[in-house]
Design a protein around this ligand. Structure first.
Ligand SMILES: *Cc1c(COP(=O)(O)O)cnc(C)c1O
Length: 393
């Protein structure tokens, strides 16, 4: 029956497990372990744990399992494994399946820590990593040679919002026998069609839209039962990547409003992007929801929206951008995204500070660039705040 539920019903009810008390709110099972009725039962559970049987919280926990079942149902995958952070999910999904000598092809425009895993960590263990321009299918075709083990990309890149054509890249990858891992944070699980479009594994930082209130770090890997339980879980459970039950409880409650929040944020993002196009002291607006964006058609086909983030360039380089940020009254200067509070980030000096100037330039991270994650405030208040801050530049 639950398979036919629509998204909003799944977000409220899917995966709930009730104890003998019949509690309405999902319970937090804040326990590291579980008592067995007998030595024989302990032995049997270590051989094979059933659906409602747990061994140790690093392996699994009832609250965490509720969250995993809910997000898997939403994403349309058979299973999911929740992790302590988005980075534990990205690292786990890749490291669990790779070994020395394997080849990975990745889009170049990545979240800083994702870049670290691909450039530094995997290379250190003898994995060959080749980077391509994610929007250029010819580069993917040339790089994904037969025998390539994995393909990795962010479906919408941070902070310049370049899209990767998920279906086209999956076709190229699958023809070569590669597993496709998509970091889908910017698309959100609400606008995601990554699995329909061919992705094998989808990872999220649940720190972003899924919590949605900036409270807890978390991550999740979604995939087939085979990948999650046979490939990912053995690695994750033995290396200590598990999400805490308390965090899982926060994510479960975050999910009940996820659809409403993502739609409101995306609608506000579209309004703000439009307002910024004609605002003073803005030299460029990047928002895939704008008809003038070069990947507008792909964004609509792939997500049905431009998403919840708008990136734009303030006139006057770093000085202009800083003046603008310091004049903001409602919008906060921070570096999370998908939060109920609208957040302005200056990627060149914060999230992407580590990159050398040439790499920043190649990724389009200019000194005046601002990444704006739209929250749940009234769009008119946000537009007024942005306008008054831009006027000070
Ligand atoms: C935030 C983010 C991550 C990392 O998630 P954490 O929860 O901070 O570990 C990975 N990828 C993308 C695209 C992100 O935005």
């Amino acid at each position: 029956m639950t398979d036919s539920w629509k998204t909003r019903t799944k977000l409220v009810h899917q995966g709930s497990r009730r104890s003998q008390y019949g509690e309405m709110a999902e319970a937090i099972f804040l326990t590291q372990g579980f008592a067995y009725d007998s030595a024989e039962q302990a032995e049997a559970r270590f051989i094979k744990a059933g659906e409602d049987e747990f061994i140790y919280a690093r392996y699994g926990n009832p609250t965490t399992r509720m969250f995993e079942d809910r997000i898997a149902a939403l994403e349309g995958t058979e299973d999911a494994f929740a992790t302590a952070s988005g980075m534990a999910a990205v690292n786990g999904a890749l490291t669990a399946m790779l070994r020395a000598g394997d080849r990975v092809v990745s889009a170049r425009a990545l979240f800083g820590s994702c870049l670290y895993i691909l450039e530094e960590v995997l290379a250190r263990f003898g994995v060959e990593v080749v980077f391509v321009d994610g929007a250029d299918l010819d580069q993917w075709r040339a790089a994904v040679t037969p025998g390539t083990k994995a393909v990795f990309f962010e479906s919408v890149s941070n902070p310049t919002l370049d899209l990767v054509d998920i279906r086209a890249v999956c076709d190229i990858a699958h023809a070569a026998g590669a597993v496709v891992v998509v970091d889908n944070v910017f698309a959100t699980p609400i606008f995601s069609r990554a699995v329909d479009l061919g992705a094998d594994v989808v990872v999220y930082s649940t720190t972003k839209h899924i919590d949605g209130q900036g409270r807890a770090l978390g991550g999740v890997i979604c995939g087939t039962k085979e990948f999650i339980r046979k490939v990912a879980e053995p690695y994750l459970k033995h290396t200590g990547a598990a999400m805490s039950p308390f965090t899982a409880w926060i994510m479960l409650s975050g999910m009940t409003t996820l659809d409403l929040r993502c739609r409101a944020m995306a609608s506000t993002a579209a309004e703000v992007a439009q307002a910024l196009e004609s605002a003073t002291n803005v030299s460029r607006v990047i928002y895939p929801g704008l008809p003038g964006h070069t990947q507008h058609a792909l964004a609509m086909a792939q997500m049905g929206t431009g998403g919840t983030v708008v990136t734009f360039e303030v006139a006057g380089g770093k000085e202009g951008a800083f003046r603008f940020m310091n004049a903001l009254e409602i919008v906060k200067i921070s570096n999370n995204l998908g939060d109920a509070k609208t957040i302005a980030t200056h990627p060149a000096t914060t999230t992407h500070q580590r990159l050398p100037p040439e790499q920043k330039a190649a990724l389009g991270i200019t000194p005046g660039l601002i990444r704006l994650s739209l929250g749940l405030e009234d769009p008119a208040d946000l537009i007024a705040d942005l306008a008054q801050a831009l006027a000070t530049v």
